[in-house]
Design a protein around this ligand. Sequence first.
Ligand SMILES: NC(=O)c1ccc[n+]([C@@H]2O[C@H](COP(=O)([O-])OP(=O)(O)OC[C@H]3O[C@@H](n4cnc5c(N)ncnc54)[C@H](OP(=O)(O)O)[C@@H]3O)[C@@H](O)[C@H]2O)c1
Length: 258
Amino acid sequence: MNKIALITGASSGIGKELARIHAKNNGDLILVARRLHLLQSLKEELEATFSIQVLVFEFDLTQGNAGSKLVDLIKEKNIKINFLFNNAGFGGYGDFVEREIQQDLEMIQLNVTALVELTHGIANQMIENGGGKILNTASTAGFLPGPLQATYFATKAFVVSFSQALNQELRSKNVSVTALCPGPVQTEFISVAGMSKSKMFQGAKSAEYTANKGYNAMMNDKLICISEPSLNFLINYMLWMVPRRIVLKMVERMQRIH
Ligand SMILES: NC(=O)c1ccc[n+]([C@@H]2O[C@H](COP(=O)([O-])OP(=O)(O)OC[C@H]3O[C@@H](n4cnc5c(N)ncnc54)[C@H](OP(=O)(O)O)[C@@H]3O)[C@@H](O)[C@H]2O)c1
């Protein structure tokens, strides 16, 4: 196998499009998610179209130590990862105290813990092998607190912060780390988060558009990629000027469904 990319959350949305882009660039793939049948059909599609090899791993990354177990499996099979896409993640709408705590704990496990475990294992492997590239799918939600999706926004703030720090630590070791920060994207994320009735996703970007932006940013060793230009301007030039209490009220109003 060559130019091997490990992609979590490759069965749908942004992850599936990242897989298609990498395949088009003649890179081999390790696809990870829970829905094996979707990974299998993507494997068939990509192997029929490009001269590449695709392996699929059925993995529930909300299980304890799942990220570390995936790293162990990769090592056992003697696979050397060149590109890591920490992309799997989900959100959840509602007042924090009224949500099932188990759902939020699983969200932290997937969006944060599994990402940290995978990054630790694979970054070490990349250093041993002379380098590599990592793209962490964060969100514009990572730049501000999110009433009505409090845990989700906090997980993405972790990913934005963690990715930047690692970018600095790993630069000299020839491993690049980029945080992809999309705004709303038209994927299954919306229904999984219980936000199908939300107006926030009107005019959402496509998964293909978002994946292309992220992939290019990673290839160019960018630190952060806010994939929507209008949100890039708002976050970098406007957000810091608005009083925090007003930001909180605005986000709550934007997100409220009922
Ligand atoms: N859509 C948006 O508006 C938006 C905006 C900003 C950031 N993001 C971020 O983008 C990333 C990709 O989301 P998406 O929009 O492409 O949504 P999506 O279509 O729902 O994709 C989520 C992927 O994560 C996988 N996944 C979910 N739970 C998992 C688990 N327990 N173990 C392993 N894999 C799991 C899903 O596969 P299975 O269900 O088959 O396991 C799926 O492949 C997420 O990190 C999300 O937070 C999305």
